[in-house]
Design a protein around this ligand. Structure first.
Ligand code: PAJ
Length: 284
């Protein structure tokens, strides 16, 4: 497995692979890898000839009071995990390689970033779209793999790729969970045992939405309220939002007539977790 720290070096690797007609798969990450990330890599291996993973804790997507400095960095373990699933190359640039001192160009998607996580993290998505554009330009993948766990991120990136005519396909991979239902996240490690147990309420609440939809409930406000009520029963959960939007349009919705994203974010202590489910009208 190759390890690159410089943009020029990974470019050369990509140019050679492309010359041989290889299909390039790309999995961008911020490291602290877990089974969710590995599932994306395995899918990329299935669909592509060469798989490149980036590990870069991107400073521009963290707000001033967020956990950029504290974000877990587990480089050695990450490398072993990448190797174990057969990744071909890892790109691990430092901050200056990605953002030189005189850097100052942003990519911003309008219309989808003012809701959900965009409301409580107003500069987050322009950091994501900017770094992902840079990474796409560097790696020039044919396919890029993202998790449904970050549903809004995927929708925003798909719009960016379409709007800017980026020549690649985005592949979305379902949410990977621990056996007890907690969605895998690099931030789960921040949780105390008690908070971790409390955090299971998110999955329970989202399952409630699914059950209601399957039973024929079509009032989205009612479903949303039921999810909120379920989370409110957990004293350790501090709700940031419980919201429902059409998927993938992220438009307001009152009747369950098409796919609807129910997305939740809540803090357990200082750790903010997100989770979501896509529900459909009964009988589909
Ligand atoms: P990160 O949080 O490291 O996640 C990298 C990828 O793994 C994302 O596409 C995310 O949706 C996916 N992922 C995380 N947990 C998952 C789970 N439990 N199941 C399925 N997929 C999961 O998302 C980012 O990094 C950054 O914003 C990035 C896109 C790399 C830009 O900096």
């Amino acid at each position: 497995m190759k390890i690159f720290e410089k943009v020029a070096d990974v470019r050369e690797f990509v140019t050679n692979a492309k010359r041989q007609g290889k299909v390039i798969g790309f999995v961008p990450t911020m490291g602290a890898l877990h089974e969710g990330h590995l599932t994306l890599m395995r899918e990329a291996k299935k669909q592509c000839d060469v798989v490149i993973v980036s590990i870069f804790v991107n400073p521009t997507q963290f707000g001033p009071n967020e956990d950029y400095a504290a974000y877990p960095r587990t480089w050695q373990q990450d490398l072993e995990l990448c190797q174990s699933v057969g990744v071909d190359a890892v790109l691990h640039p430092d901050k200056d390689e990605m953002y030189p001192e005189d850097w100052g160009t942003w990519v911003e998607v309008e219309g989808l970033t003012g809701v959900l996580c965009g409301r409580s993290r107003p500069t987050h998505f322009r950091g994501v779209t900017t770094v992902v554009t840079k990474l796409f330009n560097i790696v020039q993948p044919d396919k890029a793999f993202f998790g449904q766990k970050d549903a809004q991120q995927v929708v925003v990136l798909m719009k960016m790729v379409r709007d800017l005519n980026m020549p690649l396909e985005i592949v979305v991979v379902p949410i990977v969970r621990d056996e007890d239902g907690l969605a895998k996240s690099s931030r789960n490690g921040y949780l105390t045992a008690e908070q971790r147990k409390a955090a299971l309420v998110l999955r329970r609440a989202l399952n409630r939405a699914d059950v209601l939809a399957r039973q024929g409930e079509s009032n989205v406000d009612f479903i949303q309220s039921a999810v909120r009520a379920c989370i409110e029963l957990e004293p350790l959960a501090d709700i940031d939002y419980v919201e429902a939007y059409t998927f993938p349009g992220l438009q307001p919705v009152t009747e369950l007539q098409q796919k609807v994203l129910i997305a939740v974010a809540a803090k357990f202590g200082t750790t903010r977790l997100i989770d979501n489910i896509i529900i459909e009208p009964a009988g589909r």
